[in-house]
Design a binder for this molecule. Structure first.
Ligand code: CP
Length: 333
């Protein structure tokens, strides 16, 4: 295991092993200090509660030392493009940043969101790719433009805890939000659900489809792992019979570079694409999941998120355990 950038490229068995390790950390059966004497850099270009706190605590619990850096905040602004004349606002190039950091740390975690400006560029994850290009030590994706694999693995662990190993009917549903958001969470959730062989339904308004190449991979993974994938543009009907409801808002690739048009056009979906009690009643007593942070009574009603079927806090806790498993796999003896 070199880097952890997406769940793509890992076998189902390898991903299941990570969950087993995470469950051992969670139960207290495993108290190994697999990072003793090691430091891990956590580079945050964007805000975070769960990722930052769970990585920091996880590294500490494994006996290691987290080094948190915020480019443009408490550390220098960073340029990632090759060959540019750095006469603008960027102070340091990633080439030096990464190679200097590697003299101090054993791995680098990176959070770098999509700017939602240039779809063709951002779908290639340019900043994360630059870290990967310059690093000789493991790079961990803490949410990039296209993927949030640590979140997806915590989600798969949460479903496994709730239902065991059996495959489930899982709905990934778009939800209205006042402004466009990145696609990393739905991309990684859908991919991981397919890799774990669930029967996946992806619901979104017309024009809000996920990346076509990724959808191709999701279909391939679903078929290879005994699952299925189907699509719906109906908000209510998509809830019929599902056992897991995973809500997330995301911006359409068609509107990258034109957020105001996305905001205008999506306004017709307000109060229609929300997870509420009536929709949940169409499901098969489904659990409710969301990566957080979530806007209450916009994405999901209080009644749903506060119900006994809501797993959002368990998902957040599981970030800690799964990331300890990932770091142990990457850096353990
Ligand atoms: N789910 C998640 O990644 O949360 P943060 O943005 O707070 O880290």
């Amino acid at each position: 295991m070199g880097n952890f950038l997406t769940t793509s490229g890992f076998t189902r068995r390898e991903l299941e092993e990570l969950i087993e390790t995470a469950l051992h950390f969670k139960s207290g059966a495993n108290r190994e200090k697999t990072l003793a004497g090691q430091s891990v850099a956590l580079v945050f270009f964007n805000p975070s509660l769960r990722t930052r706190a769970s990585m920091q605590v996880g590294i500490y619990e494994l006996g290691g030392n987290p080094v948190i850096l915020e480019p443009g905040g408490t550390s220098w602004t960073l340029e990632h493009r090759e060959g540019v004349v750095m006469d603008s606002d960027k102070t340091e190039h990633l080439k030096e940043f990464v190679r200097v950091l590697e003299r101090y740390v054993s791995a680098i975690g990176v959070r770098t969101f999509a700017a939602l400006e240039d779809w063709q560029l951002e779908r290639t994850d340019p900043v994360l790719s630059a870290f990967q290009r310059y690093a000789t030590k493991p790079v961990i994706n803490l949410e990039s433009a296209m993927h949030h694999p640590c979140q997806a693995m915590a989600d798969m662990m949460t479903i496994r805890e709730q239902f065991g190993r059996t495959k489930k009917k899982v709905l990934l549903t778009w939800a209205w939000h006042p402004k466009p958001l990145p696609m990393a969470v739905p991309n990684s959730f859908a991919l991981a659900a397919a890799q774990f062989g669930h029967d996946l339904r992806i619901a979104h308004p017309s024009g809000y489809g996920l990346d076509e190449e990724l959808i191709g991979e999701i279909k391939t993974q679903a078929e290879a792992n005994g699952g299925s994938v189907e699509f719906s543009t109906r908000s209510e009907g998509a809830f019929d019979d599902v056992e897991v409801v995973y809500a997330k808002s995301w911006g359409s690739s068609l509107y990258y570079g034109n957020a105001n048009k996305d905001i205008r056009d999506r306004s017709i979906y307000r109060d229609k694409w929300i997870v509420d009690e009536a929709k949940m009643q169409r499901s098969n007593d489904a659990v409710f999941m969301h990566c957080l942070p979530v806007r209450r009574n916009v994405i999901v009603t209080d009644g749903v998120i506060d119900s006994p079927n809501s797993l959002v806090i368990d998902e957040a806790e599981n970030r800690l355990h799964i990331q300890k498993a990932i770091m142990t796999k990457l850096l353990g003896a």
